[in-house]
Design a protein. Structure first.
Length: 275
């Protein structure tokens, strides 16, 4: 029996050959599959799987990350389905499990977790060499970041408005920001899969005033809510935000794991060094 790779749900997967038919319901992992040289085996993706742009356009869409078209997936006859604990709905995954032989569950929570993610997919789809190449590049980037003395900053990372929403410290986003010594506020842990991982708040709520006062920098992400310069300017003109640096940030660079983490860390290093 061939060696097995164990996914985030504790399920062991044996190595598969070139005949694998993969449907990915995770945008960042779709990008990673292409980086691993698996473009001929990716037969389905979500509408949010937009990278690499020149290649994914040829892959059929199966709905969104949370609004998956089950019949569209079935029609593609996948052997493997790749999902993520945060991004996909459990009930939908269970429906798909009824006819997809292999469901690979992922759940990276830190930049370092990408190393095991590369190894997992490399082992399953016979791309160990390509996975090691990515791991070496990420290790080098992490080592480079660790060698810098970045100024400590308390940051508020906004992902939504009406209501305003941010990230707890046990999210992948918060862990990425810590690479450059940016600590997210509020200082809360949301739990493994709970809604508390993305807490809502109001700027004028007295309950939130103490930790909001300690924010040095407000980052308005490009996703999932697409903040614009107009939103940035509006916050800058708010007297409650006086003294805080307010800027837009590329959400893909911060929240997409997989191969994007390599460039994402470089992006954050550049932002932090320019502060």
């Amino acid at each position: 029996m061939s060696a097995c790779a164990v996914d985030a749900a504790g399920v062991a997967h044996e190595k598969t050959g070139a005949g694998a038919r993969i449907v990915s319901l995770v945008p960042s992992i779709t990008e990673l599959l292409f980086a691993l040289g698996l473009e001929r085996q990716v037969v389905g993706r979500t509408g949010f799987c937009v990278h690499p742009r020149d290649k994914v356009r040829n892959v059929p869409k199966v709905g969104g990350t949370k609004a998956v078209k089950v019949d569209a997936v079935r029609a593609l006859r996948p052997t493997h389905l790749i999902v993520n604990i945060d991004e996909n709905e459990r009930d939908t995954v269970e429906q798909l499990r009824a006819f997809v032989p292999h469901v690979v569950v992922t759940h990276p929570l830190t930049p370092h977790d990408n190393l095991s993610l590369y190894a997992l997919l490399g082992a399953i789809f016979d791309r160990e060499h390509e996975a090691q190449r990515l791991a070496d590049a990420l290790q080098a980037r992490l080592h480079e970041a660790a060698g810098h003395a970045f100024a400590a900053q308390n940051v508020l990372y906004l992902i939504w408005r009406e209501p305003w929403m941010t990230v707890a410290r046990d999210t992948y986003i918060s862990a990425m920001l810590r690479v450059v010594n940016w600590q997210t506020l509020p200082d809360v842990q949301g739990g493994a899969t709970g809604a508390g991982r993305y807490p809502s708040f109001e700027f004028d709520d007295a309950e939130h005033a103490p930790w909001l006062a300690g924010v040095d920098r407000i980052l308005l992400s490009s996703e999932p809510y697409r903040f614009t310069q107009a939103h940035c300017d509006a916050l800058k003109s708010d007297p409650r935000m006086a003294g805080k640096r307010i800027e837009l940030i590329d959400g893909e660079m911060v929240s997409w794991y997989g191969v994007r983490a390599i460039d994402g860390i470089a992006y954050l290093m550049q932002r932090a060094s320019a502060a």
